[in-house]
Design a protein around this ligand. Structure first.
Ligand code: F6R
Length: 610
């Protein structure tokens, strides 16, 4: 949800900002813009509707000099995604420029007040209100640049990460955050800003993760002043960040999504290695002191991470006999849930910045629940507000459709259930050893599925003509059906629904026709025979079936119009394999339809607004 970057130092800012915006484009791609203060002291703003590459075209042959600048890539909230609403926004006099990620909730009343004071607005955004307010305070109260930003931020309600320039102070960037992420990169004689560390890691591995309501003043001589928006001084805590820059590139693949699907053998291997250390090594007590007395687990998450939570419900209940509820974070936070002593909340998030999940954690903590998070992005807000964290260690995920994060989340949560059950005695020694060994075989097994890309690509041809599609599965593969349907919807714009297979006859079977393919997750399981009957019911009504089956299966394979076979594995681990062909299927369908796979319309990867 909008990416912001900033640079101040000795090099030319523009190339740093543009590269940074490309790295952050996964957060939004409705428009992009930069503001630079040139050596001559002028404030130059360039912006364009569309992607960062459109901005580069617009900015060609313009004055791009200057060692201080801020930039923005937008996911529209207030105001349509055109040029008029693109950031940076300017104050009335044109002296101040701002970039913003978040939502200012009281923008309407502030705007009205400012209009009453003679200010005119050039956009429909909530952001412009902030920059106009800063200038208004500067002029009315005669406050300094820093003090007027501070005063303005005390008046706004809502979520923000902002970076502000004042052309009268060409050696300063003022930035602040509340509810939206912001990271400062600390170089030797230069400073960087980013919505996450990805635009920074190329230049320095030293970062400061700002806390909510932190405000930072960055100077050209690389001096940093950290304070709260209420003016209390703080000592910056510099942390080391390790990110391999090559992980941020496509590495020869056409799309990040395909790269991320194909790197699942490696990402899962590194995930398993890391989670094993956390759950069996010295850190285990931190996790299990939270869980050992749990009477109930509430998993909260959004989207794909919520699907991982649904898979985990099956594993945790079966292996530990502790009841599990799985709630959308956006529902959980507003439905006044009953939280009892002894409840543990597990928050699952790839980005660690999802606004609803963060708010759900805040609410759960207020009501006394312990919070464990399962997160991919190190240092992000969700792990920092949780009591303890297990990182999925899948590496940066850039494609908007989540793939490798899902398999890592399911692996972490399944191993958590297994180790927890073993500690409790609800999982016996033999089963524990067998499943731990099988977990280690999954990366190679995923490799065998990816080797069948061509089979899946052929299956995609049928699906690419379908106006609508059903995905069905049972047990722990019902959430896999949901996730497969989500993948198809979000990147190929084909309507798709996931259903528990046995529910078909309670309604959706009415939809079955030649025009509506049914993708079936039909691998070996306790309910395999029942699923076979469900497939028969579809076939009997001329439905077309595409199936994911276990290697060696003949029954479903014979009934299906097309199928892909995955290696045999214990049922509780099968979601980690079964989702892979469905990821590939949605990818190839989107490619056949000519869709923008990595940047699907209307979406952004990190949902930092409600
Ligand atoms: C779908 C997808 C989204 C995210 C959701 C939660 O492919 O990526 O549904 O899963 O926005 O995001 P995180 O996991 O970052 O909290």
């Amino acid at each position: 949800m909008c990416g912001i970057v900033g640079y101040i130092g000795r090099r030319q800012a523009y190339p740093v900002l543009i590269k940074g915006l490309h790295r952050l484009e996964y957060r939004g791609y409705d428009s992009a813009g930069v503001a630079l203060i040139s050596a001559g002291g002028s404030l130059n703003v360039y912006k364009s509707q569309g992607k960062v590459s459109d901005l580069e075209d617009t900015a060609q042959n313009r004055d791009l000099t200057g060692c201080i600048g801020i930039g923005h890539t937008r996911w529209a909230t207030h105001g349509e995604p055109g040029f008029r609403n693109a950031h940076p926004h300017l104050s009335q006099s044109g002296r101040l420029a701002i970039v913003h990620n978040g939502i200012i909730e009281n923008y309407a009343s502030l705007r009205e007040m400012l209009i009453g004071q003679g200010r005119t607005f050039n956009s429909d955004t909530d952001t412009e209100v902030v920059v106009q307010l800063i200038e208004y305070i500067q002029e009315k109260d005669g406050l300094s640049f820093v003090a007027s930003v501070q005063r303005a931020l005390q008046m706004v309600q809502g979520a923000y990460a902002v970076a502000v320039l004042d052309m009268r102070q060409p050696d300063t960037i003022v930035a602040a955050r509340k509810g939206s992420p912001l990271v400062v990169g600390v170089g030797d004689d230069e400073l960087f800003l980013g919505s996450d560390a990805s635009p920074i890691v190329e230049y320095t591995d030293r970062v400061i993760y700002l806390d909510d309501e932190d405000m930072v003043v960055l100077r050209q001589d690389a001096a940093i002043t950290l304070m709260t928006v209420r003016g209390e001084r703080k000592t910056p805590q510099i942390q080391q960040v390790t990110m391999d820059v090559s992980q941020l590139e496509k590495g020869g693949y056409d799309h990040f999504m395909l790269k991320e699907i194909c790197e699942q053998p490696q990402s899962l291997r590194s995930c398993l290695q890391s989670v094993r250390q956390t759950l069996i090594g010295p850190d285990a007590e931190r996790v299990f002191s939270l869980l050992q007395n749990a009477n109930r687990v509430i998993i909260t998450a959004c989207g794909t991470s919520w699907h991982a939570g649904l898979v985990a419900k099956y594993a945790i209940e079966r292996m530990t006999r502790v009841p599990v509820e799985v709630d959308y974070a956006s529902e959980f936070r507003y439905r006044q849930p009953v939280i009892n002593p002894g409840d543990v909340v597990i928050a699952v998030s790839q980005s660690g910045e999802t606004a609803d999940t963060l708010a759900a954690i805040g609410m759960a903590k207020e009501q006394g629940a312990g919070v464990l998070s399962v997160c991919n992005v190190i240092g992000s807000s969700i792990p920092r507000t949780s009591d303890c964290v297990i990182y999925t260690m899948a590496g940066p995920e850039i494609g908007v459709a989540s793939t490798k994060a899902f398999t890592a989340q399911v692996a972490v949560l399944t191993m958590l259930a297994l180790v927890w059950g073993h500690r409790k005695g609800t999982v016996g020694e033999a089963e524990y050893t067998a499943l731990m060994q099988q977990l280690d075989t999954l990366p190679d097994k995923i490799g065998r599925i990816i080797a069948q890309k061509e089979t899946v690509r052929k299956m995609a041809q049928t699906l690419s003509f379908a106006p609508s599609c059903l995905y069905i599965g049972r047990g722990c593969n019902y959430p896999v059906a949901l996730e497969g349907a989500l993948k198809l919807k979000e990147i190929s714009y084909i309507h798709a629904e996931g259903y528990p297979a046995a529910e078909m006859k309670h309604g959706p079977i009415a939809l079955i026709s030649q025009e509506m393919p049914v993708v079936t997750v039909a691998t070996e399981s306790a309910v395999y025979d029942k699923l076979v009957s469900n497939i028969q019911e579809i076939r009997a009504r001329q439905g077309r079936v595409m199936a994911v089956v276990t290697e060696g299966d003949t029954e479903v394979a014979r009934m299906a119009d097309s199928y892909v076979a995955v290696p045999q594995v214990a049922e509780c681990l099968s979601p980690i394999l079964n989702i892979v062909p469905l990821q590939l299927l949605s990818y190839y369908v989107a490619c056949l339809k000519g869709c923008d796979v990595d940047q699907p319309r209307n979406l952004a990867k990190s949902v930092t607004v409600e």
